[in-house]
Write a protein that binds this ligand. Structure first.
Ligand code: ADP
Length: 370
């Protein structure tokens, strides 16, 4: 339809035919729709993805594209598109073909003004790509990480227990300081491995959409006091003090206990790792619809440039003081994933050489607070 050349060659027509050749040369499927989600224009790649020989101008997209979601439920493509107000990308839709095969679809929906000059009208432009291969590689990678991290847990726990015992025996028998030092180093590295496996396992579950949310009443003072007690030893070794500042009017928080704990743990371990002098303070304040938790430290701080990247996957600062301690660069990335699942908001402030403060507002996920 739209690839037909205009009769009289005006500059507008020329520009239009250039646009058509450009769209036809694209490897991704392109479909332009009017505001009622009817096809105005398409390219050859779109035919391939939809597995049809032709599309008639004015065809409703919903007659051509019937995607299904992750749970194999049909998705109303017309409503999905009409609800889109800003350019949006979806990588979770699938297409089922008549021969029983499936493909994974990359779908970008952009609301636009269609057409040229006076004929301009409201509508949408879709970009479509078959990402079946990419998706299966991603799934294989996540599956691999999940299996490996699961399988490594037991041997690492056993190794950690045995090294701890060996340390006790070495202390008791007044062993050679070199042996004690070697055991200490081995213990630290095993703990680091355990942390890394934990982060990788949470990450792979998050990326495979396998993290479920179990909301329960959380006693925040108990949780904070327990964490402060658990990390007291690590802090003391570095000469740091852990303070707590807990709002006396704190109510039970309705959220995931597991994830709230994991988020706070990530903030606290970072505060200890990146602070060489001073203190760490864990604060909890009652807010109207939830609890605001924060962990502040008097540590090395984060430079302005690094501040933009600290939530990126595998990011670690190049600051030599950061590199002196073990880390995977996954902690804050995982924390952000957990915050999304619990509908929490993270913010932070930091000044190089002065310290950092990480704050999270955890909303009540149920209104029936007991
Ligand atoms: P990791 O601590 O394993 O390197 P994270 O994702 O937890 O990874 O943190 C990413 C980076 O952010 C750290 O490497 C460090 O550079 C910086 N960072 C995080 N928390 C702090 C903190 N409290 N003080 C200084 N730097 C921090």
């Amino acid at each position: 339809m739209d690839t037909a050349q205009p009769n009289n060659i005006t500059s507008e027509n020329l520009a239009y035919s250039r646009l058509i050749s450009l769209i036809n040369s694209m490897a991704d499927g392109v479909i332009a729709l009017d505001k009622n989600v009817r096809v105005v224009l398409f390219n050859g790649a779109a035919l391939n993805i939809l597995d049809v020989n032709n599309i008639k101008e004015g065809d409703y997209l919903s007659n051509l594209l019937q995607p299904i979601d992750k749970n194999n439920q049909p998705v109303d493509i017309g409503s999905l598109i009409q609800q889109t107000t800003i350019p949006t990308t979806n990588r979770d839709l699938r297409l089922a073909y008549k021969d029983g095969s499936f493909s994974n679809l990359y779908l970008n929906i952009a609301p636009v003004h269609l057409g040229y000059g006076k004929s301009s009208q409201e509508g949408y432009v879709l970009l479509l790509r078959d990402i079946t291969l990419e998706k299966s590689l991603e799934e294989e990678r996540d599956e691999f990480i999940s299996v490996v991290s699961h399988e490594l847990r037991t041997p690492i726990t056993i190794a950690e227990g045995n090294i701890s015992n060996a340390q006790l025996i070495a202390d008791k028998n007044n062993a050679d300081p070199m042996i004690k030092q070697a055991l200490k180093e081995a213990h630290n590295q095993v703990l680091y491995l355990a942390d890394m496996i934990n982060d990788l396992s949470t990450l792979s579950r998050a990326e495979r959409g396998k993290l479920t949310l179990e909301v329960e009443p959380i006693n925040i003072p108990d949780l904070i006091n327990d964490l402060a007690k658990n990390y007291q030893h690590d802090a003391q070794i570095k000469g740091l003090k852990i303070n707590t500042d807990i709002d006396p009017n704190l109510e039970l928080l309705q959220s995931s206990k597991l994830y709230t704990r994991e988020i706070l743990q990530n903030f606290i371990t970072n505060a200890i790792k990146y602070t060489n002098k001073g203190h760490i303070t864990i604060t909890a304040k009652q807010k109207k619809q939830g609890v605001e938790l924060s962990v502040s430290d008097s540590g090395i701080g984060i430079s302005k440039i690094d501040q933009e990247k600290i939530f990126d996957k595998f990011f670690r600062s190049d600051d030599y003081r950061t590199r002196q301690v073990n880390g995977t660069g996954l902690g804050l990335y995982v924390t952000m994933k957990l915050a999304r699942i619990t509908h929490a908001d993270i913010s932070f402030s930091s000044q190089l050489n002065k310290g950092s403060k990480f704050t999270i507002f955890m909303p009540n996920l149920k209104t029936n607070i007991s």
